[in-house]
Design a protein around this ligand. Structure first.
Ligand code: G
Ligand code: G
Ligand code: NA
Ligand code: MN
Length: 248
């Protein structure tokens, strides 16, 4: 397919970039950044990962792309203060047995402690809860890496994943956060998800916080970490570095 060929070329031609979106604690203090792929194609303009990731996932290209974004994010992180780095991992990447070695190798190459890294497991395709997948996730956790379930509450079977997959964190999908304050039911959903996660000793990220009111309600509902345009948009590394200068 055309876009698959172009995407292969884009990696070689350096058309891909990584932006970073802050994740904050309840006090607004920055604790982590999420790495988000960006593709600026000279012919097609900006192409969203929502479009090209599924295409990469339907081929082996997702493995190459996944390694590329991890290496870029961890290299960039050498210039950042001591924040955690969240990198998205497609469930498809976990189908390969060498994924654990790949992550260990990139961490060693870039000189980071594994505890600095969170892998966000995304499920544009259903995640298989096979013993092999669980074993790979556990091997990553044993190294000290955190595993987050992304977009929790949407998609295939989040509760099933929570029961079977070894994880440290859920990220409540932004569609739930957007409805906070809408009705009592909407608030109850977020509280229930956060309470379930908290009783499993998992951390809970509220995604897509766009207003101060959503921030207050998400905090009241028991979310422990916060991400969204109200706090900061995804930005190039240079802008992120500049924002630290202002703080000093
Ligand atoms: O940043 P944006 O809203 O455009 O991202 C759209 C989707 O693409 C999100 O679901 C996000 O999780 C996904 N995405 C962004 N970067 C990566 C990446 O490096 N790897 C994978 N697998 N998904 C990504
Ligand atoms: O699927 P995932 O949660 O990884 O998607 C992350 C995407 O969500 C990023 O591409 C980012 O641009 C987008 N995003 C981040 N914060 C907000 C927000 O507050 N509102 C909306 N609508 N999108 C957001
Ligand atoms: Na994500
Ligand atoms: Mn997410």
């Amino acid at each position: 397919r055309l876009i698959e060929r172009e995407l292969r070329a884009a990696i070689l031609l350096n058309e891909l970039d990584v932006h970073y979106q802050p994740i904050s604690g309840p006090d607004g203090k920055l604790v982590a950044v999420e790495a988000l792929l960006r593709w600026q194609s000279p012919s097609r303009g900006n192409i969203s990962p929502a479009r090209f990731i599924p295409i990469a996932e339907s081929t082996a290209l997702i493995d190459q792309l996944g390694e590329w974004v991890l290496r870029r994010a961890l290299s960039d992180a050498r210039e950042l203060p001591d924040l955690r780095i969240s990198v998205n991992v497609s469930a498809n990447q976990l189908k390969r047995d060498d994924v654990v070695d790949m992550v260990a190798r990139v961490l060693a190459e870039t000189g980071h402690a594994p505890s600095r890294l969170t892998l966000e497991l995304t499920e544009s395709a259903a995640i298989q809860t096979t013993p092999d997948i669980c074993r790979r996730l556990q091997a990553l956790r044993d190294m000290g890496i955190r595993i987050a379930l992304d977009d929790f509450g949407t998609g295939f079977s989040g509760f099933d994943y929570l029961r079977h997959l070894p994880v440290d964190c859920i990220k409540i999908d932004r569609s739930y956060i957007a409805r906070l304050g809408g009705s009592e039911t909407d608030n109850v959903f977020v509280s229930a998800l956060a309470s379930l996660a908290n009783s499993m000793r998992l951390s809970v990220v509220a995604e897509g916080i766009e207003t101060e009111r959503q921030m207050l309600l998400a905090r009241a509902a028991g979310c422990t970490l916060f991400q969204g345009y109200h706090l900061a948009k995804p930005m190039p590394k240079a802008d992120l570095l500049r924002s630290f200068d202002h703080e000093i």
